[in-house]
Design a protein around this ligand. Structure first.
Ligand code: NAD
Length: 439
């Protein structure tokens, strides 16, 4: 394929050199003429292991550079935008991305054949399918989808290992406004090894995957630093050993049935955690740390977010009914997770509290923990039912707080009721009226 890449920094240059090595014909574009000249002499303008060899091998054959953006776009089928997106102290600075998109649009005005424009820069979710798409349409006078495609392909390389990260990525995310955009972007990555997982999605989700990946890693670093501060306040604790003890857990080192580390089961949105340990242990550490003078905003944030999730779950019903007064709502799954009769701190109780406070008529069922639930939540306004079917009787909505395997057949019984599935245990197309957290 013929590919142009706008921006020849760490990401653009590595992308260009690697795609050229994979057999595509790549034109790198940069405003910086010195950078362009160096590249055309096969001299890497940045230090990155493996890059000099790639340039020596491919410059003059499948790889070249220019300052002429328009000519590069007109001579290629796909254009990547890989310019910088710094934080300007207030917000992400999209000046370079939008300027590049306008320039690409102006070039597309003169192009008759289909062209795909792909954002590779890291941009806040919603940028590609609104602002970039609008800049391309304004510049070209053409319509996205009909005349050209728009994609979003986040980059996960890390400097220092950029070439090997790009050549053998752990995943390829193919975001596109339509099937054709995704298909053409897929062709760019066709020469990559077949075992590399590919995820096709819309541009916003692709943008969010990049931010989610970076934010998670950043949070884990700050989390460890917060623990180190608590450890230092307590005294006699070596946080390196603490974290070593944490890392040894099978949750990080093992593999579940899907071949993933079991810790991934916690990286799912839902109506919050419960159980006999997480809430009380996090709260105890907060109080202990604060009593000793440690600052624990992250641990406090963990509790704050968790306590808000049951409200968010019930609020999904307000999309269908502004008031829940008199509405029948069945709550399924009362144990704090499947496979136990432990109901301590189960999110089912704050969910039921929210429903009752809103005036809903609540029925409830759990295959194992009925006795424990009745004792823990002895509110006469709740009708504890003998079966899933009995709980659904008279209900206009059903919330599955704890997705026991026994509830597998639920979609067939839902009919025109609203199914609220905070744990995302069901296919969203399995019922007519579906709501889930994170949709
Ligand atoms: P960079 O600053 O190194 O390079 C950007 C280049 O774009 C510069 O050489 C600049 O001259 C050029 N440029 C800007 N506007 C242009 C235009 N209109 N026409 C032609 N050239 C233009 O940036 P980078 O570190 O490669 O990052 C690029 C994007 O990739 C950013 O959004 C960044 O967040 C993301 N990203 C970076 C990394 C990384 O490790 N550096 C990893 C993943 C994603």
């Amino acid at each position: 394929m013929k590919i142009s890449i706008i921006g020849t920094g760490y990401v653009g240059l590595v992308t260009g050199a690697c795609l050229a090595d994979k057999g595509h014909h790549v034109t790198c574009v940069d405003l910086n003429a010195q950078r362009v000249d160096a590249l055309n002499r096969a001299e890497p303008p940045i230090y990155e292991e493996g890059l000099p060899e790639l340039l020596t091998k491919n410059v003059g054959k499948t790889l070249s550079a220019t300052t002429d953006l328009k000519a590069a776009v007109l001579a290629t089928d796909v254009t990547f935008i890989a310019v910088g997106t710094p934080f300007n102290g207030r917000e992400i600075d999209l000046t370079y991305v939008l300027r590049a998109a306008e320039q690409i649009g102006e070039a597309l005005k003169q192009k008759d054949s289909y062209h795909l424009v792909v954002v590779k820069s890291t941009v806040v979710p919603g940028t590609t399918d609104t602002r970039v798409l609008a800049a391309l349409e304004a510049g070209s006078g053409k319509r996205a989808g009909a005349d050209f495609g728009v994609g979003m392909n986040p980059e996960f390389l890390s400097e220092g290992e950029a070439v090997s990260d790009f050549m053998v990525p752990d995943r390829i995310v193919l975001g596109g406004i339509d099937a054709r955009s995704i298909a053409v972007l897929g062709e760019v990555y066709a020469p990559f090894e077949a075992h590399v997982p590919r995820l096709a999605t819309n541009p916003r989700t692709a943008e969010m995957i990049k931010y989610a990946s970076n934010a998670l890693q950043a949070e884990l670093i700050s989390f460890t630093n917060e623990l180190a501060n608590v450890g230092a306040a307590i005294g006699g604790i070596d946080t390196v050993e603490v974290m070593r003890g944490v890392h040894l857990s099978q949750y990080f080192t093992g593999r579940n049935a899907e071949g993933l580390p079991p810790i991934t089961s916690f990286l799912k949105a839902g109506c919050g955690f419960g159980g006999s340990c997480f809430p009380k242990d996090v709260k105890a550490l907060i109080v202990h740390g604060e009593n000793l003078g440690a600052h624990v905003p992250m641990l406090k944030g963990v509790i704050e977010i968790n306590e808000a999730q049951p409200k968010k779950t019930v609020a999904l019903l307000n999309k269908h009914w502004p008031s829940l007064e008199g509405r029948g709502v069945a709550v399924l799954g009362l144990a704090f997770k499947p496979g136990t009769n432990d109901v301590r701190e189960s999110p089912a109780f704050p969910v039921m509290n929210e429903l009752l406070a809103a005036g809903a008529k609540v029925s409830a069922f759990d295959p194992i923990a009925m006795h424990e639930a009745r004792e823990a939540f002895p509110d006469a306004r709740v009708r504890y039912a003998d079966s899933m079917e009995a709980a659904l009787d008279g209900a206009e909505a059903v919330i599955v707080v704890t997705p026991w395997a026994d509830f597998k057949g639920l979609p067939a019984l839902v009919g025109d009721r609203v199914l609220v599935d905070p744990r995302r245990a069901y296919d969203k197309a399995s019922v007519a009226r579906y709501e889930g957290i994170g949709l």
